[in-house]
Ligand binder design. Sequence first.
Ligand code: GAR
Length: 218
Amino acid sequence: MTSVPKAFSSVEKGSDPVMDRLGVLISGRGSNLQAIIDAIQAGRLRARIAVVISNRAAAPGLARAAAAGIETVVLSHRAEASRVVYDHALVRALKDRGVTLVCLAGFMRLLGAVFCDAFPNAILNVHPSLLPAFPGVDAQRQALDAGVAISGATVHFVTPELDAGPIILQAAVPVQAADTLESLSARILEQEHQILPEAIQLVLDGRCYIDRGQVVIR
Ligand code: GAR
């Protein structure tokens, strides 16, 4: 059995001032970041966001973070020589701020082994499909093109493979005959906003462990 980090397993709800420091990585709109902020403000998520990092200076999500009084950092992948160098820079920025759990909230960069090894079983990603179906970009378009009756949203632990890793929570979204890319994406996004804060709380409460590559929730 591979477990989540010991510190997560032993953390009592909201009792440890160190273990609940989130680092949220974004690339764009930041609606999932907003869902995390809202859940914290509503008391549904007992955590704090130590920093929001974007790989794009123009990401509208940065303004959402600033409006909530959260430190923002822009780390452009274009400024770094290689993926490894970029991953090291990201790790440094997060560790410098005491981040213990990383949330990829629409962060559209593949993270390598350097990054994953720095936060073992402590990186979550939200994706707009029922993984392992439709990884990568345009997941909602892929679902429409495949003609599936049901798509949805997934939150999973991150591994260096694209949109892979043990699944924590999923929500199903039926595809309707009249669905457009916009209408399906909007209904999936509603579910993302529900399950991302919920999955973060499960991990922080030490209620998830990984057994033979699969998440078990107690
Ligand atoms: C979300 O739909 C998220 O699931 C997706 O990007 C969007 C970001 O929206 N992420 C991926 O596709 C990752 N492979 P947001 O910036 O409004 O949260």
